[in-house]
Design a binder for this molecule. Structure first.
Ligand code: ADP
Ligand code: MG
Length: 651
């Protein structure tokens, strides 16, 4: 974050966003002060000023004599009515007229008019103020989630892999790509510039660029657009334009995604609005008809306004997101935590999630006399040089150490969850699971031996014959067992979903203490398992890191991506991103989610109880409008204070 380059990009993002984006102007992470937003920049500070003015005006109205203007005393609460109330009323009327949509705001608007008509300026201003505050807090929650995204982006600066004349690769920041450069893109990576494919085949997910959700096949001669995500193969392309700022593009896309999902979240007060509005009007009318006192009806309308209801959810979510961030979890959507509270299973991926993302090659054994040991490593390394998989990277790195530069594969294909196929120096090389690459009795025996020592094994075949086995130390994360135990004690059943074979899966599951295991999963098997579990009313929290986990992350009630290997596809598919490794915060996150849900429920129940009591008193004529508005405020204050406790919640 302190790197001057990242900062420059962030500033640029902010400018672009603020210029383009209207409502989302506040809360830019410029300079990235963690606590300094509350509405910084753009419309943010306008809203803060509006709310502060209104609060001051209300305090004046309550505690000091009204100023006299032109011979008559004018209640300063008018300021709150005008600043906060008028926009709400306009919006409510618009919604009603345009879409015949009854929103909670409608009740507020009617209560405002009724209160003003009967001269209860303070009560009107007070209600308008609280409603505006609730709305602003809700926006703030969204902005806060967005800041998490910004951090995620700035933590993984976009890079491009430039291929030099001699075939060597060099990583440069995406915006240093120049027209004419040859650029390589591995599976799961984002295309850093526009250009034309020169070599290789793949499918690109262009939803970020064109909005088209189906991946499109690309081969030599096809054009590719900056910002699309590479789904399967590795390919080279020649940039036709200088690299655009990939960070910016990605950011805009993520922000749009977050916004699109936000619209699906309906405010609780609005979900019940029709009932609240109907009950309020009926009670007010009954009180009026029964007693003939219009003021009672006004008081009923005022206390019926769902003020603490609109405050309960956003304040709790906001505090909980802040808490989660401290533990390394970036929550991309406000309602992800609420959803997390309902999960009953946690599905862990193995390689890269429970194990470290950096395995090392511990043994190379050739079998059947197909190739020598050195040749085996060189061929496997060349084939894996275009893989994004942690195992593939380890193999390529080791081969480079031993053999220097690796041969360029003439073709490359990766099959998520199984392995890679490539043509190297005219030979067909396959590396991956036994079922994928093929195995012989001899290689199975070698593989078994290494597995018994806790290694992950990659089978290699050359020209269709099993040629050897690579053993990798795929060490479990130090905190894996502890995290799994914590997840279980939080009442969530851990499950292991892995593409690795049964033996390795059982061994890993035993060491971390998971009893339910599903091994040899292709990405679609993981997806199917998640979908089936959800269908059986056992919502899943999926935790994964790779391309092969992306579909399951998306389908799960909540997807948590373990970031670090720079895999865009997994992070894009998830609701929550875990940055900086270490899963030991997971049990805390689960408990925090439950606590958040309880806090919201408590806030709602409490505020409804206060409302009902106040309505009864108002109808009975014991609570005049001003007192009613104050009772409201006390209730709201307690709800907000209770929510704020979540910020320091410890499990
Ligand atoms: P997990 O689901 O545990 O993260 P993956 O689905 O990524 O594991 O991989 C499952 C198995 O597929 C690995 O254990 C490995 O045997 C094989 N595999 C996948 N990709 C590769 C690759 N690039 N090179 C070698 N083997 C691979
Ligand atoms: Mg994985």
């Amino acid at each position: 974050m302190t790197d001057p380059k990242t900062e420059r990009i962030e500033k640029k993002n902010c400018r672009r966003k603020c210029a383009g984006g209207g409502a989302n102007a506040g809360g830019c992470a410029c300079g990235a002060g963690a606590e300094k937003d509350g509405g910084s920049g753009g419309s943010g500070w306008m809203t803060v000023a509006k709310i502060a003015f209104s609060a001051a005006a209300l305090a004046w109205s309550l505690f000091a004599p009204a100023p006299v203007v032109g011979g008559t005393a004018v209640d300063p609460a008018w300021i709150a009515v005008l600043l906060c109330g008028v926009p709400i009323a306009i919006e409510a009327v618009e919604a009603l007229v345009r879409a015949f949509d009854v929103k909670a705001d409608l009740l507020v608007a009617v209560a405002l008019v009724a209160a003003l008509a009967s001269g209860e300026i303070f009560a009107a201003g007070e209600v308008a103020f609280i409603m505006a505050l609730g709305e602003e807090l809700e926006d703030w929650t969204v902005r806060r989630a967005r800041r998490g995204i910004e951090r995620l982006v700035s933590l993984s600066p976009r890079m491009a892999r430039i291929v030099a004349q001699d075939g060597s690769e060099r990583m440069v920041p995406a915006d240093e790509v120049r027209a004419g450069n040859r650029v390589r893109v591995l599976p799961g990576e984002t295309v850093p510039a526009d250009g034309t494919v020169s070599d290789g085949h793949t499918a690109l997910d262009q939803s970020a660029v064109t909005g088209e959700p189906m991946p499109e096949d690309k081969g030599p001669g096809d054009s590719v657009a900056s910002g699309s995500v590479n789904r399967f193969g590795a390919f080279d392309f020649v940039a036709s334009r200088d690299g655009t700022d990939g960070t910016l593009q990605r950011m805009i896309r993520l922000v749009q995604a977050a916004d699109a999902r936000k619209t699906r979240m309906v405010r609780l007060a609005d979900r019940w609005a029709t009932w609240i509005v109907a009950a309020a009007f009926a009670t007010a009318l009954a009180a009026w008809l029964a007693t003939g006192e219009a003021l009672r009806a006004v008081a009923v309308l005022v206390v019926f306004c769902p003020c603490s209801l609109v405050l309960a959810t956003p304040t709790a979510v906001m505090a909980a997101i802040g808490n989660a961030t401290k533990h390394g979890f970036l929550v991309r959507e406000g309602d992800a935590l609420e959803r997390l509270a309902g999960v009953s299973r946690a599905a862990f991926d193995k390689t890269g999630t429970l194990t470290l993302a950096k395995p090392g090659v511990v043994a190379v054994e050739s079998v059947g006399g197909v190739v020598s040991q050195g040749e085996l490593l060189r061929l496997a390394g060349a084939a894996e040089s275009r893989s994004e998989h942690p195992l593939g990277r380890a193999v390529a790195a080791r081969a480079r150490e031993e053999a220097g530069r690796l041969a360029e594969p003439e073709s490359f294909e990766m099959v998520p969850g199984r392995g890679v196929r490539a043509r190297v120096g005219g030979r067909a090389v396959a590396a991956g699971t036994a079922g994928f690459a093929g195995s012989s009795a001899e290689s199975d025996e070698v593989a078994r031996r290494w597995r018994e020592r806790g290694c992950t094994v990659v089978h290699v075949a050359v020209d269709g014959s099993p040629a050897g086995v690579l053993a990798l130390s795929d060490t479990l994360r130090g905190d894996a067992a502890e995290s799994v135990a914590g997840v279980r004690s939080a009442g969530v059943e851990p499950v292991l979903l892995t593409g690795d074979n049964e033996g390795a899966a059982r061994e890993a599951a035993r060491s971390v203490g998971i009893s339910e295991v599903k091994s040899a999963c292709l990405p679609e098997d993981k997806l199917a398992w998640v979908v089936a579990s959800e269908a059986h009313d056992r919502p899943v929290c999926m935790i994964g890191d790779g391309v092969n986990d992306a579909p399951a992350l998306k389908a799960a009630r909540v997807g948590i991506a373990v970031c670090g290997s720079g895999n865009d596809l997994a992070a894009d598919a998830a609701d929550i991103a875990l940055v900086g490794g270490g899963m030991k915060g997971l049990p805390h996150l689960l408990r925090l989610a439950r606590k958040t849900r309880r806090t919201i429920a408590a806030g709602l129940v409490f505020s409804m109880a206060v409302n009902f009591a106040a309505v009864a008193l108002a109808a009975a004529g014991l609570l005049p409008p001003v007192a009613g508005a104050l009772v409201h405020n006390a209730g709201s204050f307690l709800v907000v204070a209770n929510s704020a406790l979540l910020l320091h919640f410890k499990s």
